[in-house]
Design a protein around this ligand. Sequence first.
Ligand code: MN
Length: 310
Amino acid sequence: MKFLSYRDSDGVDSVGVLVDEDTIADLRTLIHTFDPNGLSPIRQLLRSTGGHLQFSESDLAKCTRHSCQSIRVLPLVPDPTKVIAAPVNYRDHQAEMMEDYHIDSLGVFLKAPSSVVGHGDIVRLPYTDRRFDQEGELALVIGRTTANVPVDKALDVVAGYTCLLDMTMRGGEDRSTRKSFDTFTPVGPYLVTPDEVGALSELQLRTKVNGILRQDADIADLIWGVPELISYASSVMTLQPGDIITTGTPAGIGQVSNDDTISVEIDRVGTLTVSVSAAGAVACPTKGAARGPKPPEEITPVRSRQAAAG
Ligand code: MN
């Protein structure tokens, strides 16, 4: 099943399930003790179901229906307690960045929860004189409160999968600064339950900028797989329902600028599309531009990369 956070035509925020291509069933009526002034509806849904998002036909028959045309998609989780990210988690990206380290020695990092936006939203570049790159990634949403989960139980705490763009300013400032500007974490458009996603090792991820393919990767090439990443993250910090873990980006990162359109497409997970604006950008007040891991000057053509890998 596919779940999404949305704002209806009356301006009310909700969570629903896609019952067909153009119809959403509003799930608020199925949430026990739903509080319209509380956490985001999707977080209340996760808490009330323990993260097992399955509903019967008879449950859904009780729900109000909306046309997809009448709603606005919100960030999949508008208010996560945290967004946990893997720094370097594909060999080809490690090579393009000339990085000696990966998650084995770097651990994970946090992106500000206030940086999330949704499908169709705008990524706003804050500075005129810095480089900003797209990083397309597979992400997952935690279904229930979890600490120290072993690797072999880690997938049990996943409510579902989604697409994420880990927007990044290049340079030597801390990752938590470079990746936490408002709008720098587009996530969605929807959550797809694990039964519908199937084997992660079969999935491919493609990121396009203005329709041109930049990233084309097998999820099977993750250095740290999804269960290992969840288990490790949960050993550092307690995971809460609605927390987002993003798994890292493959080779093919590259600069984005004003008026670009970015899309991340993952088989059976969906396509997340956003636009980019530099309106209101100012000179950067920090001086990290020449420091930090060095990205390629030009985008590595996908085909030559595949030839080199093959
Ligand atoms: Mn990333």
